[in-house]
Write a protein that binds this ligand. Structure first.
Ligand code: FEO
Length: 395
């Protein structure tokens, strides 16, 4: 599929995989994007998951027929993009791999592909292809150590790797101006929260580094090619990397027999009473983590709670806290609650995680023994009000 001039899309859709990275649900699938520049020299940019190699090879041959590929540019080594490197080299034995020093350690480590006549590039190096000329910028830890982007100086196209990507397979068209992009924006936020949420400082650094470039098109490795919506796509990454939030409270809880659920409902009711329109409640035994994380990244208030369980915190609640402790969410307002039957541990565990999350605790925790009675529910409602007031007064 032609993208612009000599640049073609040769990627594939994955509508089979249930969880990306074995973790994150894919209700709308995902695309593995790869691009072919059919110039005097032929350059392939990134590959696809090896499970799709036959289709991928057909896509390549539909563009270049029997011509050889001169270069395979490797922006990122996670196997959803690097998985076909060994087979590309088998089918195109003359191809030169292009990557940075860290890339080639991984090429050998993952695939046993010996480094040979390869091209090791450093920051700012460029590669002439004929009409096009690619320039390479290293963006380490976005989100692996070897990550880099390739900038086409001729057509001002940024081949950005995972950056500016999103979940969601492509439905017929590839370029944003030819499709309804509405389903992809929430999937971009969910992708960021799940995959890049730990690396916001590196995203900020990368955005600063790329900020001076004229970018007319972004070709990422997942989701649509951004042409009409370049500024919006960059804006989403910019906003999320800076931790910019909207007024709202996300109430997250786990509950075995309904007591914690009643407390969570009271917190939500209190937040709504205070005049907050955006109140979202997640039962963590039901809601999937990437959707919960995306909501937490979007809204500025978090209320979280669960029962004590086996001398600690109810596992699904602790799982969310563990994920948050590894992400950049420190600007949030926090309130928490927890119950116990004979020995209290839930609230202490939330407090422990907040030493890493560094959220701003805006109310005393609500803790109760055994059944959540009227006094507990009143306290939870008051805590919800207090949290909403803190959120509203901060924004
Ligand atoms: Fe899409 Fe980090 O791989």
């Amino acid at each position: 599929m032609n993208i612009q001039g000599k640049v073609h899309y040769v990627g594939v859709n994955d509508r089979v995989k249930h969880r990306f990275e074995g973790l994150w649900l894919l209700p709308q699938g995902v695309s593995y994007n790869s691009y072919l520049i059919d110039d005097e020299k032929v350059a392939l940019i990134d590959t696809v998951d090896v499970a799709f190699f036959t289709e991928y090879l057909d896509n390549i041959r539909a563009v270049i027929g029997d011509r050889p590929i001169d270069y395979l540019v490797i922006n990122h080594m996670e196997p959803d993009h690097s998985g076909s490197i060994a087979l590309i080299r088998k089918y195109y034995p003359g191809v030169r791999l292009v990557g940075n020093k860290k890339t080639f350690e991984m090429v050998e480590g993952f695939y046993g592909v010996p480094t040979g006549d390869d091209l090791v590039v450093a920051e700012g190096d460029s590669l002439p292809l004929g009409h096009h000329r690619l320039r390479f910028h290293l963006v380490p830890m976005l989100h692996w150590p070897e990550t880099m982007v390739s900038y086409d100086e001729t057509e001002h196209i940024l081949f950005s790797g995972d950056a500016f990507g999103c979940f969601g397979a492509l439905n017929g068209n590839v370029v944003d101006e030819q499709m309804d992009t509405a389903p992809y924006w929430p999937e971009m936020e969910r992708y960021y929260a799940a995959i890049l949420g730990k690396f916001s400082p590196m995203v900020k650094r990368a955005l600063a580094k790329l900020g001076g470039l004229q970018i007319d098109m972004i070709c990422s490795t997942h989701g649509p090619v951004w042409k009409k919506e370049v500024a919006r796509a960059v804006g989403v990454y910019d906003r999320m990397s800076r931790g910019v939030t909207e007024p709202g409270v996300v109430v997250c809880y786990g509950s075995m027999y309904g007591n914690t659920q009643r407390v969570a409902e009271a917190v939500a009711a209190g937040a709504a009473e205070a005049g907050l329109r955006k109140v979202i409640v997640h039962n963590l035994s039901v809601s999937q983590p990437s959707f919960v994380l995306a909501d937490i990244f979007r809204y500025s208030g978090l209320a979280i709670g669960g029962p004590t369980y086996n001398g600690g915190l109810f596992p699904v609640v602790e799982d969310l806290l563990r994920r948050l402790a590894g992400r950049e969410v420190s600007g949030h307002k926090l309130a928490y609650f927890g119950g116990f039957t004979w020995a209290s541990a839930a609230c202490k565990t939330v407090a422990h995680y907040n030493e890493q999350m560094k959220m701003d605790l805006v109310a005393d925790p609500v803790e109760w023994k055994q059944g959540a009675g009227a006094a507990t529910l009143d306290a939870a409602r008051a805590m919800g009000r207090r949290l909403a007031e803190a959120v509203l007064s901060a924004d």
